[in-house]
Design a protein around this ligand. Sequence first.
Ligand code: R5P
Length: 289
Amino acid sequence: MLIVAGNNSEQLCRRIAEGTGSQIGEVEKRRFPDGELYIRVKTPLEKEDVAIVSDTRSDGGIIHTMLLVDAASGMKPRRLTLIIPYFSYGRQHMRYKPGEPISSKVLVTLFSNYVDRMATIEIHDEETIGFSKIPFSNLKVDHSVAEYYRNRKLDMVVSPDDGGYNRARSIADLLGIEATYFNKIRTDPKNVTMEPPSDINFNGKRVLIFDDIISTGGTIMKSIELLRSLGASYIAVGAVHGLFANNGHERIASLADELSVTNTVAGAYSKIDVSQEIIKYLKGENGGK
Ligand code: R5P
């Protein structure tokens, strides 16, 4: 197998290449004088089993990924797989108001024209998976997350909303501890209100609050505030995808006892390695087709 690094994914690619015993393909990248991106895959891909790993976090990352899948598919690989560790625009998976696009469907449609199969990690809503006409796997990272927190002596895992409860439950089960969720109501894109469950005592507890995405950090900061007011003694904050819009990570890190996200998006707090889940998929060990 040949692994090709797309946008902002070199470190993850190196780990995947090591874990699958693969070579990393060489790609030339530069900018035209007007800022447009030029790429050229230099390693021959004909008849190879090729996996591209590319971050679509930024709009520039989407263009980069599109150019790369077109370049690679034009080189006639035997099979072309696209791994998108963080699938951006996943939260607009439906038309909430007339006149809006189904953004996640646009991305799925574009990418699936070029590759044989795709995988992502913990997409915001499974509905996006259903838009694909090619095999599209949504990989879970509960095992990697639970292993990361195994020695923290945590008492419970809290999801900031009911939508994330199954993830919190699964991580808690692997750690043999309790799980619960807050009742979150979003009042506008930047603000939320939150209520704790009335039957759970947080006083003196060591708590992991875990979400799928930290974007502005509003949800997580409100959760930290609530847990502090309820007497939690240790608050570890975690998420699958740390986007940290407006560089909110330093503020969150100063409020929590610990901040760690996975390396689906590379960053200073991307401490939980999920490359094993991607390696298992590429080896066909966790439902990868
Ligand atoms: C919402 O449904 C998601 O699970 C996250 O809670 C949300 O995207 C976090 O956004 P923010 O960090 O902007 O509050």
